[in-house]
Design a protein around this ligand. Structure first.
Ligand SMILES: NC(=O)c1ccc[n+]([C@@H]2O[C@H](COP(=O)([O-])OP(=O)(O)OC[C@H]3O[C@@H](n4cnc5c(N)ncnc54)[C@H](O)[C@@H]3O)[C@@H](O)[C@H]2O)c1
Ligand SMILES: [Zn+2]
Length: 359
């Protein structure tokens, strides 16, 4: 078992525990502190794991949302809040979110809003949710066609990460989590070495169980230093500007797959514009290709660049700002004019296609 504590100046304490068999042991002990407990999950996850909730809590109220990003909406959030009100939860209650990043984001926001905030326990069941979304206290729903437009920062009381959930995870969801894992590797040299040495078994259950705590420890440290995303935490955007550009254009791959693609493109940009170490960046690109498995088809890069330009988050005047990998464990902020960025994305896409590689 491994555990971490995030304590910052501005947020309440959040404890993260990684171990197998969490539902019957650790969760039951943590819930002993609460007189009222409310469970929130999605249909897929509840069908697989609902009956495994400890005997003492089987009669607690439960609210189940339909699975998937399409339901990460204010409507789902308010249905959950209504169910919590109907159950007459008090301020001392605990909301337990069992599911992937969607359940965690919606449930985390409901816990932040209900009576101005009640305790929340996150039990992430996807690889992405364990290494990324459950750690750090960002909660949100999508609104007005914009992802995560309505949200709040609020740390969960506990995060319980259990690798046995991966046994039922579709391969695509594993690849999705690998996107954020390789991104962490690009920011943290010891993690990169672990990934590189084990590149032949990236999807192996034992390897994932071993690498999850390393990822959580890394993200927890970044959050501890910058919980409100004023500075350091922005490093977690590595690869994401280009990832979002492709994601907005066709949305056929999962977010993590776009992150892997985004890192390949941004590693190429780093070689040309940020003085990046070419040998290391080649290895990083290889790691991304291995994690992607088969070669994904992408929409035209120029269209993606056009959408990146419309994304206000990326734009400072007429430039796109990227967090790019440069050397092992090092990143840089790179600003490129939009025209240069668009032309470069096209050039890289052409080169990758001609080389028979990804994209
Ligand atoms: N809050 C943050 O800091 C943060 C960070 C990254 C991503 N996110 C958010 O996370 C969301 C994506 O999360 P996700 O990738 O976990 O997607 P998800 O929650 O939609 O889960 C993916 C699918 O896997 C199913 N599933 C979950 N656990 C399973 C299991 N153990 N076995 C079988 N099926 C299972 C779900 O029902 C769903 O169909 C996005 O909305 C994204 O914005 C948030
Ligand atoms: Zn991401």
């Amino acid at each position: 078992m491994k555990s971490f504590t995030i304590r910052t100046k501005s947020v309440e304490e959040s404890r993260i525990v990684c171990r197998a068999g969490i539902l019957r042991t650790t969760l039951v002990r943590a819930l002993a502190d609460y007189r009222e407990v409310f469970f929130f999950s999605d249909r897929n996850v509840w069908e697989l794991y609902g009956r495994k909730i400890g005997r003492a809590y089987r009669n607690s109220p439960v609210h189940i949302m339909p699975a998937g990003e399409a339901h990460k909406t204010p409507e789902t959030l308010f249905k959950l809040l209504a169910a919590m009100a109907e159950a007459q939860l008090h301020r001392g209650a605990c909301l337990v979110c069992l599911g992937g990043g969607v359940v965690g984001d919606v449930g985390g926001l409901a816990a932040a809003l209900y009576m101005r905030g009640i305790d929340c326990i996150q039990i992430p069941t996807t690889l992405l949710a364990q290494v990324d979304s459950s750690v750090g206290g960002k909660t949100a729903v999508d609104f007005a066609g914009v992802k995560n437009l309505i949200g709040a920062f609020r740390q969960p009381r506990y995060v319980f990460a259990d690798p046995t959930f991966f046994a039922t995870l579709p391969p695509r969801e594993v690849r999705c989590g690998l996107g954020e894992i390789v991104k962490h590797g690009a920011l943290h040299a010891p993690l990169f070495d672990m990934l590189w040495e084990n590149r032949g078994r990236l999807t192996d259950g034992d390897f994932l169980a071993a690498i999850v705590p390393e990822n959580i420890a890394f993200k927890a440290e970044v959050v501890r230093q910058d919980a409100d995303e004023k500075g350091l935490r922005k490093c977690l955007n590595l690869g994401h500007t280009t990832a979002h550009a492709f994601e907005l254009t066709d949305g056929k791959l999962s977010h993590g797959e776009y992150v892997l693609v985004g890192m390949i493109f941004e590693a190429e940009l780093a070689k040309k514009f940020a003085g990046g170490d070419a040998a290391y960046l080649d290895d990083l690109e290889d790691l991304c290709r291995i994690a992607l498995g088969s070669v994904p088809a992408l929409p035209p890069a120029r269209e993606a660049a056009r959408l990146a330009r419309l994304d206000k988050k990326n734009a400072v005047s007429d430039e796109v700002v990227l967090t790019v990998p440069v050397r092992k464990g090092e990143y840089k902020l790179l600003s490129l004019g939009f025209d240069v960025y668009a032309a470069e994305l096209e050039r890289i896409q052409r080169a990758l296609t001609e080389g028979g590689a990804a994209c």
